[in-house]
Design a protein around this ligand. Structure first.
Ligand SMILES: *Cc1c(COP(=O)(O)O)cnc(C)c1O
Length: 433
């Protein structure tokens, strides 16, 4: 399978090239040249398949041309070492719980898959080591670091701004050791990002070591997110509730919902989609007006969705050839203030005894408002509420239990390399690695 750029000005890439490059040379996002439809027989029997089994079928459609069967199966099964179940919240609304992975958020799925696929390509090339550089303001770093943890042949450097990420977040990438190095930069997130960018452009450094990124727009992180939508359908079908299924995705950079739309293109029987936003309402406005007008992001309590210019809009636009009527008939929008998000968390807890995190709350509320008679709704619970413990507890007035795997990070010993924010210090450090 070849991959083209949404900007149309870069040469076609192989999967291997698209994964190593991340972003196309013309700064567009890679798209697979074709999206294979899965046969009706697959959907007829899907409820008999486990999450791993059905994901392997989906993975074959995406990656089967480029990765041999045995390796692909191992990559998929290794990636999905945890479940993505649906949990009932109301009579007609179910939560697709995407927080059972190592860092308690859905980004674990894509990060784990990408780590294993990259390892496969490194071995094929006969290369010894590839180095992943990632700048983080909190959550991306932990998903990437844990996704790559213990994967032979890959070393990860996580750059984060000193004193600017929460203790819980920091512990998730500074206590790992092994092939993960946390670099604590005396600066802000933008300084970390600038260091990573300079490193990719530095010729001498790139001769010294093979560098790559693990951006969320990377096809190897983005496409595997389709797996769990197929699982949602399978599990709802088991319950006899898969007809007229509506899928609602709390969205920020729009990678997660775009993966769901890819699933739909492959034949997944979802009736319609809802993109639930916090106060960052760029996509909501696009649906209403047909105009895409990025703006500066606004800070909210659902902060992983504080995005003012969602990258994956380019993929949605490409998928539907810019047909606004088509997009707005398939996807509806929603946008909520922090107060509305808090009200939703409170009400859902008192009515249903289900604890939402601030992101999932946007999804639950959009379904509560927009679901019609005869429809069943599934929203993505994109993170465990314990990741936002203070906000959630202050809102619902009850304690949120911290899962064992999160508590374990917090008990670990912090290891980090302190770094000034100028590039020469960072380069000197990497040249000695
Ligand atoms: C990243 C993230 C989102 C947003 O997902 P996109 O793919 O960027 O739309 C939502 N919730 C949580 C908890 C996240 O970490």
């Amino acid at each position: 399978m070849k991959y083209y750029s949404t900007n149309g000005k870069a040469p076609l890439a192989t999967l291997h090239e698209a994964v190593v490059k991340g972003l196309a040379g013309d700064r567009g996002l890679y798209m697979p040249e074709s999206i294979k439809k899965l046969p009706q027989s697959f959907f007829d029997n899907i409820e008999r398949l486990s999450f791993q089994e059905l994901s392997y079928v989906v993975a074959q459609a995406f990656f089967g041309d480029d990765v041999n069967e045995e390796d692909l199966k191992r990559i998929v099964y290794d990636t999905l070492s945890f479940d993505c179940p649906v949990a009932q919240v109301t009579d007609s609304i179910y939560s697709l719980e995407l927080f059972h992975g190592p860092t308690l958020a859905f980004k674990d799925v894509g990060a784990r898959f990408m780590a294993r696929l990259l390892q496969y390509f490194i071995r094929q090339e006969g290369r010894e080591q590839v180095n992943v550089l990632v700048a983080t303001s909190g959550d991306t770093g932990s998903a990437v670091a844990n996704g790559f943890l213990g994967v032979d042949g890959i070393h990860v450097y996580v750059l984060y701004p000193k004193g600017k990420v929460s203790k819980i977040q920091e512990s998730q990438f500074t206590t790992l050791g092994k092939n993960i190095t946390a670099v604590e930069v005396d600066g802000v997130f933008d300084d970390c990002q600038a260091l990573v960018k300079s490193a990719f452009m530095d010729e001498e450094l790139n001769k010294h070591m093979k560098l790559t990124s693990a951006n969320s727009i990377n096809v190897a992180r983005f496409l595997p997110q389709a797996f769990y939508y197929f699982n949602a359908y399978a599990r709802m079908k088991e319950l006899g509730k898969s007809e007229n299924m509506v899928v609602c995705v709390p969205s920020g950079n729009f990678g997660n919902i775009t993966a769901a739309l890819f699933g739909h293109r492959m034949g997944l029987p979802v009736k319609r989609f809802i993109a639930a936003n916090n106060a960052n309402d760029i996509f909501y406005n696009y649906l209403q007006t047909g105009k895409y007008e990025p703006k500066a992001s606004r800070q909210t309590i659902a902060n992983a969705m504080d995005v003012g210019d969602p990258s994956n809009f380019a993929r949605i636009y490409d998928l539907y050839h810019g047909d606004h009527a088509l997009v707005s008939s398939l996807i509806s929008g929603a946008t909520y203030s922090d107060d509305q998000i808090r009200d939703t968390m409170r009400k859902c807890f008192s009515d249903n005894k289900y604890i939402l995190d601030p992101h999932g709350a946007c999804g639950f509320r959009a379904l509560s408002e927009q679901l019609q008679a005869g429809e069943y709704g599934v929203f993505c619970e994109t993170a465990h509420p314990a990741k936002f413990k203070e906000t959630v507890e202050a809102t619902i007035g009850a304690e949120v239990e911290i899962p064992e795997r999160l508590a374990a990070f917090m008990k670990g010993k912090k290891q980090s390399v302190e770094m000034a924010k100028d590039f020469s210090s960072f380069k000197d450090f990497l040249m000695q690695e």
